[in-house]
Unconditional design. Structure first.
Length: 688
């Protein structure tokens, strides 16, 4: 955010994804935009001036760095009739760089210089007349192909895209071809084929649907997963294309389209299990695809019902803040009417407890899932519920196997047709294919909240038709892993389940976590977590067995950092015996910045060769001979150099310009891999 001070524009660091971009402006117009990653990704940034704009030039660079002024944006002349306090001018401009984003703007020789013109505009603010100005910069790496696709979509629906209208331009076919060439040069990850695609893919199991007949749109909310998110997608009722997608931290209870603006209000929330009703009021912009959370309080409120009374008034029904001595907290709530003159300009965390104060009213919690399923199936005959691909494997004849929620195992033919599927109430998790590829062992899942008394099975299935041939009921929670020699093995998950899981694929041993207790300690949870292992024994064709205590080898402490407690994650063993695994650092307030890691460790003492840290939890990990591929729960895929852990490339996974979250990843050859997604799709991918 820039502040106006004595004719100069002073600056602070602006966050853009994982890059911190420094934009410096001074009186003589020297400025630079630098990215510490040097990713080479073309960058689009948007300048939005709020409350004043004297003169600003919107400039677009071609792939040779040539700049051309598209349009000057000029503030309307001052009127003596309207008081300064109520005049508000908003201007937008876009600067699309077809150059690496670490280039200094000052070296490009832009004429006119758009940022210098912005500096002049800000310097001419008449503070003595009550004027004030803000400039908001969004610096977000966006591929030119995606930008072109978005412009064409907007052009098809409204005659010209919002960005093109602001710039006085609309891309022709030559522009699109040039953009595609730039995109091909800069995007390392390519999705070559999609299995399991269908209408309303992104939603999973629909629980709520709201239509906007005037715009021809349908908003659909998917089921919330414990510890996960609930998707909300906005689709065209004609082509069923996904126009926008947001993932809520809470279950979705209500949605309402704004009567005139391209906005969707989304009410979410749940009971925290002990005291509070928490949640969010999200405002999704249908053209930009961005969403803001409006409630100021850090716990928010559980929002149960939304209704637009007119263009400025939104009626909000909420659950009580908590259920303390409140027997009717689950059937009643509070209602408030929030008024804003322009809902597109409402900032995040701006609705205070005073805005949301209101009288007590009945607040039913209806179940809209049946109606949502009916609306979805009426629009699309090919819709089916698919969620969370847990494992993917390829066979030598081109078939692809996958496990997912509600399916023990399914087989896809090289033609892209599904050969067979084995339905199951919970679904499958891991897959280990026999060396002869006639059978596979599959580890099954249990729904969150199932009691320990319910057995977790590991089954052997025929790969001809999915028929069950054998089954095992382990004595405790386990993960099924494929060892280096191809045999199936059972890795104990430990007492803390997901936090203590340590499934290592391709291991020369069976790895898992164990607790080393001090002498005299009786509490099994107290002690230091160690990496332990058991040597492989018996023939490779044997049934998978659980490690026995007498044969366990204590290797090294799981945490290599003194004072840090590390939780488990997926791992593999490299060809030289080193361990590569992901995990998170425990903190009482949840995952902290830099609290997620991928590490390569020596097999003798656990000493790290390198550590890569980020802010999101890794969901999947695999590697080829030179590169480690890691998928994260925000949809990003990162490729790390196997030797030193440096970033080769990083990219958010998208399918048809809509984000997707990787939940399974298996390398099939150098630079080629399968990705399973949270929306039930299987992606055949390649990387440059």
């Amino acid at each position: 955010m820039f502040t106006h001070s004595l004719g100069e524009i002073k600056t602070s660091t602006i966050q853009a994804g994982d890059d911190a971009l420094d934009l410096a402006l001074s009186g003589h117009g020297r400025h630079a935009m630098e990215s510490p990653t040097g990713s080479g990704t073309p960058t689009r940034f948007t300048v939005r001036e709020v409350e004043t704009a004297r003169s600003l030039s919107a400039t677009r660079l071609d792939d040779k760095g040539q700049a051309g002024t598209r349009r000057h944006l000029v503030k309307p002349a001052q009127s003596a009739v309207v008081p300064p306090s109520v005049r508000r001018y908003v201007q937008r401009a876009e600067l699309a760089l077809g150059l690496p984003d670490y280039k200094a703007l000052a070296s490009l020789g832009l004429s006119p210089d758009p940022l210098q013109q912005l500096a002049s505009a800000m310097a001419s603010v008449r503070t003595e007349d009550g004027e004030k100005a803000e400039a908001v910069f969004d610096l977000v790496p966006v591929s030119e192909q995606r930008l072109a696709r978005r412009e064409c979509q907007c052009s098809a629906t409204s005659g010209v895209s919002a960005s093109a209208e602001a710039l006085g331009m609309c891309p022709g076919i030559d522009d699109l071809l040039d953009m595609a060439k730039i995109d091909a040069m800069t995007i390392p990850l390519s999705v070559d084929r999609i299995l399991g695609d269908r209408s309303f893919t992104e939603i999973g199991d629909p629980v709520l649907a709201t239509a906007d007949e005037r715009r021809g749109l349908l908003a659909v909310a998917g089921a919330y997963e414990f510890g996960g998110t609930a998707p909300v997608g906005v689709y065209g009722t004609g082509d069923l294309a996904c126009h926008a997608l947001v993932r809520s931290r809470y279950a979705v209870h209500t949605m309402a389209f704004h009567p005139t603006l391209p906005l969707l209000a989304v009410g979410t929330g749940h009971y925290d299990g002990g005291y509070f009703f928490e949640g969010e009021l999200l405002l999704l912009h249908l053209e930009t695809g961005t969403a803001v959370s409006l409630i100021e309080h850090w716990l928010g409120r559980q929002v149960l019902k939304l209704e637009w009374l007119d263009e400025q008034a939104l009626r909000v029904v909420m659950a009580p803040p908590d259920d303390w001595q409140d027997e009717t907290a689950r059937v009643e709530g509070h209602v408030a009417v929030v008024r804003r003159s322009d809902w597109t300009a409402v900032p995040a965390k701006s609705l205070t407890e005073y805005d949301l104060a209101g009288p007590r009213v009945p607040a039913p919690r209806p179940d809209g899932s049946a109606a949502a399923c009916r609306m979805v199936t009426e629009l699309s005959a090919d819709w089916e519920s698919r969620r969370n691909v847990r494992a993917v494997e390829s066979l030598s004849d081109g078939r692809i196997l996958a496990t997912l929620d509600g399916v023990q195992l399914e087989s896809w033919l090289p033609s892209g047709e599904r050969a067979w599927t084995v339905p199951d109430k919970e679904g499958g998790r891991e897959i280990v294919v026999a060396p002869d590829e006639r059978t596979a062992w599959v580890g099954l899942t249990r729904r969150p909240g199932m009691h320990d008394s319910v057995p977790q099975s590991v089954v052997q299935l025929s790969l001809t038709d999915g028929k069950q041939l054998d089954s095992i009921v382990p004595s405790s929670f386990v993960s099924l892993v494929r060892c280096a020699d191809g045999r199936p093995a059972l890795s104990p998950d430990g007492r803390n389940r997901a936090r203590s899981r340590f499934p290592v694929r391709g291991g020369s041993r069976i790895y898992f976590q164990s607790t080393l207790q001090p002498p005299g300690e009786r509490n099994p949870y107290n002690g230091e977590r160690w990496v332990t292992a058991m040597d492989l024994q018996g023939p490779t064709t044997a049934r998978p067995v659980e490690p026995l205590d007498p044969s366990v080898r204590w290797m090294f402490p799981y945490s290599w950092e003194p004072g840090e407690t590390h939780f488990g994650g997926p791992g593999i063993e490299a060809a030289d015996g080193t361990l590569l695994h992901a995990g998170t650092v425990y903190h009482g307030q949840g995952l902290q910045p830099g609290g997620s890691f991928v590490v390569r460790r020596e097999p003798t003492d656990g000493r790290p060769r390198w550590v890569f840290r980020t802010d999101r939890k890794a969901t999947v990990l695999d590697a080829d001979a030179a590169t480690v591929y890691v998928g994260y729960d925000d949809g990003e895929v990162v490729a790390l150099d196997l030797g030193d852990g440096t970033v080769r490339w990083r990219q958010h996974l998208t399918v048809g310009a809509v984000s997707a979250v990787p939940t399974a990843l298996t390398v099939t050859a150098t630079g080629r891999f399968l990705i399973g997604t949270s929306d039930g799709r299987i992606l055949e991918c390649s990387a440059a």
